[in-house]
Design a protein around this ligand. Structure first.
Ligand SMILES: *Cc1c(COP(=O)(O)O)cnc(C)c1O
Length: 835
């Protein structure tokens, strides 16, 4: 780059820095009109909401840009330590509302739009969800980003820019149909392409040694097929604090050179095919939640993220520090969101040794002082393993490095436990056997200085079970960081009614400091406040009922109890237990057992992985049961059931404010934390749940009387499994026997004989790992308590208020401060002023 060009761009920068854009109604209105007519080229004949959305988004983006730059300058000039959050998923949802809230411009925007005859609500609804994640894990990453910016922590997210996000779910004849989610089709105003920071990522080829200038043996990775990683930066605004952090998403692009040969040989189509193969890497998000898919393309995605992100960080380091890595570990931390990016351990070793000339010991010292690993699951089917053959063909140099890490690690183990070969076999990063595998979780643990679980129970179970050997070796590495959610999106933005009422009583300090919600406790005894609280909840239920009516064609009466379970469909989450209870209620109505009845509207939603047969069949069962119940005049308004299609972030923003009863009913010991449970609690829903994941901490915060507990605990689940006999349980329980009888008689599949046999079998088999029959009785009893509590409106409202009041701990602000105190040790950095 010529210095003349540099000087010109400096002049441009200095000019723009002098004139921060005004945030008032008039300036925003003018910005909007400019983008609508001059940039997007639309006019009065435009009938699409998309362009009004795009014009408003661009108007706000302008205001984000200058804060973004000042945040970058502050991080550069302070030479601060930084953390990089590596995640294959960021389930962002919509960004317009979040930008309005965090920039503090909702008022002037509403007024400016009103003057133009436009409605903010309609514009907000035109935004497509950024569905770059499956469920809790991806949404957690998005909430973390919001909290880090709000706390002014120098944290950057690294992820992938999938062309197709989480599939759109349609329900046809009760079955799930998957449709592609081409979320970028209309463009994405929230991203800024940064081709100048493109990285080259290698695949395949082979590893070879050579002598460097000093006669040292070194390694190089040659004959590789390379793919370009192009960064797309997404601004992450903090809450009204002028900080804008960065989420950098990598898109794959073909290199220019490799098609030339083929092109010149006259095989243009073949060269285009290669281009497609390269760009396929970030084409689609794998729709598996809590299970691995084992596909080669998935490993490519993981390495693509790891390599591009590490190179990006190292490029910056070398630019500022040359080849001196002495302070690198003090200045940088990589937080691995599950094992998905854990190949980073090997890639950082390779980059430091092969590309930056460090020796093994120094490279290893740096690696194991910069990597930190978060585990998200105890389910064995979710633990990632890659066949050594596949790993080695895609990443030959990394396989060598993993072998070397493992050899040195096992030496350490055998020094500590001499002669304990069983232990060596158990702990090896390479699982021996017919098809040897790389155990990614073990690679992550060995390469990290911190290993954390995501709720107290989960972290304890990890240490006692899955990672017991590692905990014995390195107890100091293990710690807990209970998950959270951001109260900006999940209360302040999505529930303006409740948000306004809370602020009226205790001020708006809770938006940046959620513990302040404790002050609501004393107001729970004020009847006038309770009435206001009820009014807000009812209005939110009306809004939710409208969604259900529109999406499902089912009428929900807002005075009934809204009983909601929305989350990925998975056996361990036990949507099946929920629907068995629904069938039981139906059975009671049909047999006239309806004295002291609490009218109830049951809403269930969630996506099943496309290859997960029994989960998809569960969706069909829910829909069939709903059809029978909703069309039975004898049932009437006592019970309604609906399955809401295409559950996603923007749907949850309407669902959790309108919920009375939050279903968190996983088999104890299986849900690592849960975060849906926290969103519901914050919005004044009461939980019915097992002693699992963060439910335990929720119950601790809100008190036993304000939580409907049932079911086996994690310990009891383990012992019950040893001699589990569901058929005896069913035979001994009249209610459950009748429910099974209805299911088995084909009552819900009159014209689809045998359809639900696999579900019946899954309940009756002694090998049912989820113990559905075992928890039925307790569940029904807890549901009865909830129904009785709901009939006492004053009592229920009090519980509802206490749930919101007790939710302070479940802010990701607290979670991020915990990570920062124990793992990252970053200092808060405020953006530089304009001067
Ligand atoms: C919060 C959230 C989840 C996680 O819900 P759990 O009940 O914790 O499994 C999944 N999907 C979406 C869209 C969410 O907003």
């Amino acid at each position: 780059m010529g210095s003349e060009v540099l000087n010109k761009s400096q002049v441009v920068q200095e000019r723009t820095e002098l004139q921060p854009l005004p945030m008032d109604q008039e300036a925003i209105g003018n910005g909007f009109l400019h983008y609508f007519s001059h940039f997007l080229g639309r006019d009065k004949y435009s009938e699409s909401d998309h362009y009004t959305f795009a014009a408003l988004a661009l108007t706000l983006r302008d205001r984000l840009m200058e804060r973004w730059r000042r945040t970058r300058y502050a991080y550069e000039s302070s030479d601060c330590k930084r953390t990089y959050y590596l995640s294959l998923e960021f389930l962002i949802g919509r960004s317009l509302g979040n930008s309005l809230l965090n920039l503090g411009v909702e008022e002037p925007v509403r007024k400016a739009l009103h003057e133009l005859g436009l409605q903010l609500e309609e514009i907000l609804d035109a935004e497509h969800d950024a569905g770059l994640g499956n469920g809790g894990l991806g949404r957690l990453a998005a909430c973390f980003m919001d909290s880090c910016a709000s706390l002014q922590l120098p944290v950057r997210g690294y992820g992938l820019r999938y062309e197709y996000g989480m599939f759109r779910q349609q329900i046809e004849n009760g079955f799930q149909l998957e449709e592609p989610d081409h979320w970028l089709r209309d463009g994405n105003p929230w991203e800024l392409e940064r081709p100048e920071y493109t990285q080259r990522v290698q695949f395949g080829g082979r590893s070879e040694t050579y002598q460097d200038g000093t006669g040292q043996t070194r390694w190089r990775w040659v004959a590789t097929k390379d793919v370009l990683a192009v960064p797309y930066d997404v601004p992450v605004p903090g809450y009204q604090n002028d900080t804008v952090n960065t989420l950098r998403l990598w898109g794959a692009a073909a290199t220019d050179e490799f098609d030339l040969g083929e092109f010149n040989a006259g095989s243009y189509p073949e060269s285009v095919e290669q281009k497609n193969a390269a760009e396929n890497i970030t084409m689609v998000l794998y729709p598996n939640d809590a299970s691995e898919c084992g596909k080669e393309l998935r490993l490519k995605q993981q390495f693509f993220l790891a390599s591009a992100s590490l190179k990006d960080v190292l490029r910056w380091w070398v630019k500022h520090n040359g080849g001196d890595f002495i302070r690198f570990a003090d200045q940088n931390c990589f937080q691995l969101n599950d094992t998905h990016p854990s190949v980073s351990v090997a890639e950082l070793m390779r980059l430091l040794m092969d590309e930056h000339g460090l020796g093994w010991d120094q490279a290893w010292d740096i690696t194991r002082h910069t990597m930190a690993y978060t585990n998200h699951t105890l389910l064995p089917e979710a633990l990632e393993r890659w066949p050594v053959s596949l790993f080695g063909s895609l990443l030959p140099r990394h396989l060598e490095i993993v072998y070397e890490i493992n050899a040195r690690f096992l030496e350490e183990v055998s020094r500590r436990w001499p002669g304990d070969n069983d232990r060596l076999r158990r702990m090896s990063i390479i699982e021996e056997g017919h098809e040897p595998q790389v155990r990614m979780a073990y690679l992550a643990i060995v390469g990290s200085f911190s290993v954390n679980g995501v709720a107290e129970l989960h972290s304890r179970l990890l240490q006692e079970g899955l990672f017991l050997d590692f905990h014995q070796l390195w107890p100091e590495k293990f710690n807990n960081k209970t998950n959270g959610v951001t109260q900006r999106r999940w209360l302040a933005w999505c529930n303006p009614g409740l948000s306004g009422l809370i602020t009226e009583r205790i001020g708006d300090g809770w938006i940046a400091d959620l513990d302040q919600l404790h002050q609501l406790q004393s107001h729970a005894d004020d009847p006038a406040f309770r009435e206001r609280w009820r009014d807000v909840k009812r209005a939110n239920k009306v809004r939710l009922a409208e969604l259900v009516e529109k999406e499902c064609g089912v009428h929900f009466d807002p005075d009934a109890m809204f009983d909601v379970q929305v989350k990925r469909i998975h056996e361990y989450k036990r949507q099946l237990l929920n629907i068995l209870h629904v069938i039981h209620l139906y059975d009671r109505i049909k047999s006239g057992d309806t004295s002291e009845w609490t009218p109830r509207c049951v809403l269930i939603g969630g996506k099943a992985a496309p290859g997960y047969f029994i989960a998809k069949l569960t969706i069909k069962l829910i829909n069939n049961v709903a059809n029978v119940i909703n069309s039975d005049p004898e049932v009437g308004n006592r019970l309604k059931v609906a399955f809401v299609p295409n559950y996603r972030v923007s749907a949850m923003e309407v669902i959790c404010p309108g919920t009375d009863l939050s279903e968190q009913i996983s088999t104890a010991g299986k849900e690592a934390s849960g975060t849906g449970n926290m969103k519901f609690m914050m919005n004044g829903a009461v939980t019915i749940g097992t002693l699992d994941g963060a439910n335990i901490e929720i119950r601790e915060q809100v008190g036993d009387d304000n939580f409907f507990l049932f079911g086996l605990n994690a310990q009891e689940v383990r012992t019950t499994r040893e001699e589990y006999d569901p058929n005896t349980i069913i035979a001994a329980n009249r209610d459950l026997a009748r429910v099974m009888q209805l299911l088995e008689s084909g009552h819900f599949n009159r014209f689809e004989p045998g359809l639900f046999d696999p579900i019946v079998d899954s309940i009756r088999t002694p090998h049912d790992p989820w113990l559905v029959a075992a928890d039925f009785t307790g569940f029904v009893a807890a549901q009865e308590q909830a129904a009785a509590a709901y009939r006492d409106r004053e009592h229920w409202t009090r519980i509802s208020i206490l749930n919101t009041a007790g939710s302070g701990r479940f802010s990701t602000d607290r979670t991020m401060l915990d990570y920062n105190r124990d793992i990252w040790k970053l200092e808060q950095v405020k953006p530089l002023n304009g001067e």
